[in-house]
Design a protein around this ligand. Structure first.
Ligand code: ACO
Ligand code: ZN
Length: 226
């Protein structure tokens, strides 16, 4: 009986002190030493994953005042592939994807946005596809759900049953939480459109987003209508 009471008290305190790290996104209890330790470790691994030290050979596909976009191809040197994988893992972790494997690894192109502080703040994986199904407008019954409910419900978007021609599938797009709403995703997509197929820029209709999250859908809707 006493143990039960104790458990409840502990849970209450944990709930009360819950903190979300704005960089790595981990939820932990700042006043719990064990939790703090776990967070420090996770946080460090996260930072290591997005840290960019510079490469001997960089395929720079776009440059901006606040950063640059590098393209990593499947046959690139090990160090480039490894960094692309590390960042993809961070993104997958946030997206709740289980497996890190790509559907067509030999054809996937990874775009990394490197900021002036030498951090990889954006990652986009693009793959060639033939057709896609358009995501239809959300029915109202989802209106009251919170974002987390949404993620729980397998991202049940309604898709059209009519396939449409598309050439480039965006299987993942992720921007570092502290760097969002600065047009990084927009610039990465513009760069994909101009570089994905050599010599032939893609229209917005020729790219398709696979399995978008709520954030992804808001972004994609805005991007495709502008
Ligand atoms: N809510 C509402 N509108 C948004 C949001 C949002 N969360 N994100 C983007 N938009 C719209 C806005 O209109 C924005 O313009 P504004 O800032 O001038 O209003 C416009 O899209 C352009 O946004 P960007 O700044 O280019 O987008 P950002 O760099 O912030 O990246 C992204 C957007 C990639 C969705 C980011 O929020 C993210 O990484 N989220 C977590 C991971 C995720 O959900 N990724 C999408 C998965 S779907 C897939 O991978 C196929
Ligand atoms: Zn953290």
């Amino acid at each position: 009986k006493q143990d039960d009471d104790q458990l409840i008290i502990d849970a209450g305190q944990k709930q009360f002190g819950a903190t979300t790290c704005s960089s790595c996104g981990m939820v932990y209890s700042a006043d719990n030493p064990e939790d703090n330790f776990q967070h420090t470790q996770f946080h460090q691994r996260f930072l290591d994953s997005i840290k960019f030290v510079g490469w001997k050979k960089e395929r720079v596909v776009a440059e901006f005042w606040d950063g640059k976009i590098l393209l990593v191809m499947p046959d690139d040197p090990k160090y480039a592939i490894k960094k692309a994988e590390d960042v993809r893992r961070v993104a997958d972790n946030e997206l709740g994807f289980q497996q890190v494997a790509l559907s067509r690894p030999t054809q996937a192109k990874t775009y990394l946005f490197i900021n002036t502080e030498r951090l990889v703040v954006g990652c986009l994986v693009a793959e060639p596809i033939r057709q896609a199904y358009r995501v239809l407008e959300q029915p109202d019954r989802h209106k009251d759900m919170t974002k987390d409910d949404f993620m729980e419900r397998h991202r049940a978007w309604c898709c059209s049953t009519v396939p449409e021609q598309a050439l480039c599938g965006i299987s993942r797009i992720w921007v570092f939480s502290l760097a969002r709403r600065q047009g990084i995703a927009t610039r990465m997509l513009d760069t994909v459109r101009s570089t994905f197929m050599y010599g032939s820029p893609l229209t917005k209709e020729e790219i398709a987003f696979s399995d978008p999250t709520p954030d992804g859908k808001l972004f994609a809707t805005k991007y495709c209508n502008t």
